[in-house]
Design a protein around this ligand. Structure first.
Ligand code: ZN
Length: 365
């Protein structure tokens, strides 16, 4: 049986909850994680119509980008669409899950998909996060080193971008003297001991600390395991807001805006004044991304493609960059495909259906 938890655990490998913003509410919002998953409907938003669609299509889990419950609910009287949707989901036995800012902040998330739709190449995180990495140093007898490293890799340590099993080791001499209560792996009580050991060093994402330390303790042969954990200030190139990449060939600004309209199926695009410069380097931020403007300028982007810009955000571009507001829904609707493709690949035996409900609350005349 595949439970809802199997699916959500897998989604959390793609978009770890630790990477969501403090104000966010990603995760399982409605439903029983132990229930059997019968089918998944993937949507950008969750509305009553989406829950009805799930029921009609035999799905008992809705996976969405935007959290249905974002602010705390104090009543369930059906006064708002959120309350009505929650009640309808519970009544219909439909679980509701959201991967929100955590999916915005991973290298294979919302902005990777938006970049791909726009044909950007060589993309990387626009505003890499700090303080998401830790370093482990430990000391392991030479003969046990590989086994300990393998356990640490398995726990998620030693992955740097597209490289796996990354570590450093240097050989030296470890010394210790067990007392009479010790049960040493090598040596005897009361006798000073010297052992050839490797000092091993690995990076790992901070949110995996418990897993990594547990794997070290379980695989290390010593009764007392010597290790250091260090919080790193380094940018994590794999985690952060927005992305930046290059168009295969520079476009003039008007052609670029028409390219956005065509690729994102826009009826209109709001933009700052044309600057008479070609566009080659493009920053993107799906959803509300005015906060990315300083990062886009710092990274030398010719254009920033995002949504939810306010009047004064257009002034803030300072005629230094072309900023385009393509609409919140339009900038993120492809996230459905990303989530559906991911789940279909991981769970080939579960029906994963793309929602056809258009949830965009904004209309254009
Ligand atoms: Zn959004």
């Amino acid at each position: 049986m595949t439970s809802i938890r199997h699916l959500t655990d897998s989604l959390e490998q793609l978009a770890p909850p630790a990477y969501q913003e403090g104000y966010d509410n990603a995760g399982l919002l409605v439903g029983d994680s132990a229930a059997e998953a019968k089918g998944v409907l993937v949507s950008l938003d969750v509305t009553e119509a989406v829950v009805e669609e799930a029921v009609a299509k035999g799905c008992n889990l809705v996976v969405a980008h935007h959290p249905l419950i974002f602010r705390p609910l104090k009543k369930l009287t059906g006064a708002t669409y959120v309350e009505r949707t929650v009640v309808e989901a519970i009544r219909s036995g439909v679980a509701v899950y959201a991967a929100h800012t955590n999916l915005d902040h991973v290298a294979e998330g919302v902005n990777r998909r938006l970049s791909a739709v726009l044909g950007l190449e060589g993309v990387r995180i626009l505003a890499p996060r700090k303080q998401t990495l830790r370093k482990l140093v430990s000391f392991v007898p030479v003969a046990d080193t590989q086994r300990v490293l393998d356990a640490l890799y398995e726990a998620g340590a030693g992955q740097v971008g597209h490289y796996r099993n990354c570590s450093f080791r240097s050989e030296g001499t470890g010394t210790f003297q067990p007392d009479q209560h010790a049960n040493p792996y090598v040596g005897r009580a009361g006798v000073p001991e010297e052992v050839r050991e490797n000092r091993i060093e690995l990076l790992f994402p901070a949110h995996l600390e418990n897993n990594v330390v547990r794997a070290l303790r379980q695989s290390h042969p010593y009764e007392e395991v010597a290790y250091y954990l260090t919080a790193l200030e380094n940018d994590n190139q794999e985690v952060g807001a927005g992305m930046v990449g290059q168009l295969p060939e520079a476009m003039d600004e008007r052609a670029f805006l028409l390219h956005l309209k065509a690729k994102l199926q826009l009826s209109c695009v709001r933009h700052t004044a044309l600057l008479g410069r070609p566009v080659r380097t493009v920053a993107v931020g799906g959803g509300a991304g005015a906060f990315l403007l300083p990062d886009a300028l710092r990274q030398g982007a010719d254009a920033l493609v995002t949504a939810d810009l306010k009047y004064h955000d257009f002034f803030a571009a300072e005629r230094a960059i072309l900023v385009a507001d393509v609409g919140h829904y339009e900038s993120e609707v492809f996230t459905k495909n990303l989530l559906a493709e991911y789940l279909s690949e991981k769970f080939p035996n579960i029906a994963v259906v793309l929602s056809t409900t258009i949830t965009n609350p904004v209309n254009y005349l």
